[in-house]
Design a protein around this ligand. Structure first.
Ligand SMILES: Cc1ncc(COP(=O)(O)O)c(C=O)c1O
Length: 447
């Protein structure tokens, strides 16, 4: 029996009378048939107010690398809550967390804490400008760096305005943005080395930094082509720019040394969010001593009342200890499960003649749904994704999956947690079998 959502629907209706548009982050409205209201989670399991059970691969937009409500973390937070919830001052925990990050990530010679990765990105941009005395930041089309004015330039460029391949436009998806903010950025296409070199040369001497998601997870799931990270490093060294790796999603998911360890590169600054706090509002800026110099000297301001909040620190310390304890077993364990899930979804797609092509390194992957007539083969960048991915058809399949008890990220991303087991993957595929059949029977392309 497909799930029903009467209580979620009633709560959403009620919420619309007190919460603007009913949700507290715009993207949550994407969940169909209604934004869901949850009551509890445990490991890979999640229950909503209608008592529907989900095997969860949405995982709090990927933050819950350790699964829902891990028992040890609850104890760590609870113990800290009894001692104090907030001091806006120092405690030993913050040093312990900083030392763990330092131990795990070679480029993290120093750290600073914030409450969201959006803030950390802003700190990194400010630091890069202070460091170089230059204004421009080079970023890639389709990469997401938080929801601020500066974080979203070039993220969702519409096809009719995105400019030619050589000069991607600097557009912002939100109204209300200071127009001059757009002038602070240069947008390049992802995964095209020759284009990147030309773009950097065009603005040589004016660029403070190159920022990127090492695996582009916010548009499809696009690993860097061989040589891309080395080319960014080389260009940054050549021109005195800072290399900023936004590891909000990849951090600790790709191993203790994050994506930079997995792919073998050393950035100047790293943005950490999501898994670093295990689902609490916690984020960190990590970097080399040289890149952090303007914070050390006090010339670049970095502040925040709730920075290094002890509840978040307790959760972070517990989380990082899980990664440390796994040693070399991580990320291979979750990667194996993710690859099996991708393969299983691929088989179901073939059996039901659905053009679904899971893409990514397994630890995280994207359910690419090809448009009718689209060419086969991996997606390579943002434009390719917009041209070939059939978002409405994926949304229909996602809804069938949700109503069958499997929950992926709304726009198509799937994350595996350390709490998932092989049995959970089997069960997810068993549930997906019905969802794929239903989708194949019901799907009608819009006229
Ligand atoms: C790559 C990346 N950077 C930055 C952010 C912003 O993080 P937050 O929502 O914690 O501010 C996100 C959020 O999804 C992200 O995926």
């Amino acid at each position: 029996m497909p799930y029903t959502f009467d209580r979620s629907k009633a709560l959403f209706e009620r919420a619309n009378r007190s919460i603007a548009a009913g949700v507290n982050s715009g993207i949550r409205k994407m969940e169909a048939p209604v934004p869901l209201y949850f009551t509890r989670g445990s490991g890979p399991n999640l229950w909503d107010v209608d008592n529907n059970h989900y095997l969860d691969f949405q995982l709090g937009q990927g933050a819950l690398l350790y699964g829902h409500a891990p028992a040890g973390m609850a104890e760590a937070i609870g113990a800290q809550a009894r001692l104090g919830t907030h001091w806006a001052a120092q405690c030993e925990l913050e040093v312990e967390v900083a030392e763990r990050i330092q131990q795990m990530i070679p480029s993290a010679e120093l750290v600073r804490f914030n409450n969201s990765a959006t803030e950390v990105v802003l700190s990194a941009f400010r630091l890069a400008r202070a460091h170089t005395g230059r204004k421009l930041i080079l970023r890639f089309e389709g990469h997401y760096h938080g929801w601020s004015d500066e974080g979203l330039v070039g993220f969702a460029n519409p096809a009719d305005k995105w400019g030619d391949d050589e000069n991607p436009a600097r557009l912002h998806p939100s109204k209300g943005v200071i127009p001059e903010v757009l002038d602070q950025f240069v947008v390049a296409r992802w995964n095209d080395l020759a284009h990147l070199r030309r773009r950097v040369d065009q603005y040589r001497g004016q660029l403070a930094a190159i920022v990127f998601e090492p695996v582009l997870c916010n548009t499809c799931c696009l690993e860097p082509v061989p040589g891309l990270m080395a080319a960014i490093r080389e260009l940054c060294d050549r021109d005195g720019m800072l290399m900023i790796s936004d590891e909000t999603i990849t951090g600790f998911r790709f191993g203790a040394a994050c994506a930079q360890g997995y792919y073998g590169f050393k950035p100047d600054l790293t943005v950490l969010g999501k898994a670093v706090g295990g689902g609490t509002p916690f984020a960190a800026l990590a970097g080399t001593k040289a890149a952090m110099a303007k914070i050390l000297s006090g010339e670049a301001v970095h502040a925040g009342t709730l920075n290094a909040n002890p509840l978040c620190l307790a959760a972070s310390k517990w989380s990082l200890d899980q990664i440390l304890a796994l040693g070399k077993a991580h990320p291979a364990g979750i990667q194996k499960m993710g690859e099996r899930l991708m393969a299983g979804l691929g088989v179901l797609a073939r059996e039901n003649a659905i053009p679904l092509r899971p893409q990514g390194p397994g630890l995280i992957f994207h359910a690419v749904m090809l448009k009718p007539g689209a060419t086969e083969g991996p997606i390579k960048d943002y434009r390719d994704y917009v041209r070939r991915h059939d978002a409405p058809r994926w949304a229909h399949l996602r809804r069938c999956l949700l109503e069958g008890g499997v929950r992926a990220i709304e726009r198509g991303l799937w994350s595996i947690s350390l709490a998932h087991t092989e049995a959970d993957i089997d069960e997810a595929l068993r549930r997906a079998t019905g969802a794929f059949r239903r989708h194949a029977a019901e799907w009608q392309a819009p006229a």
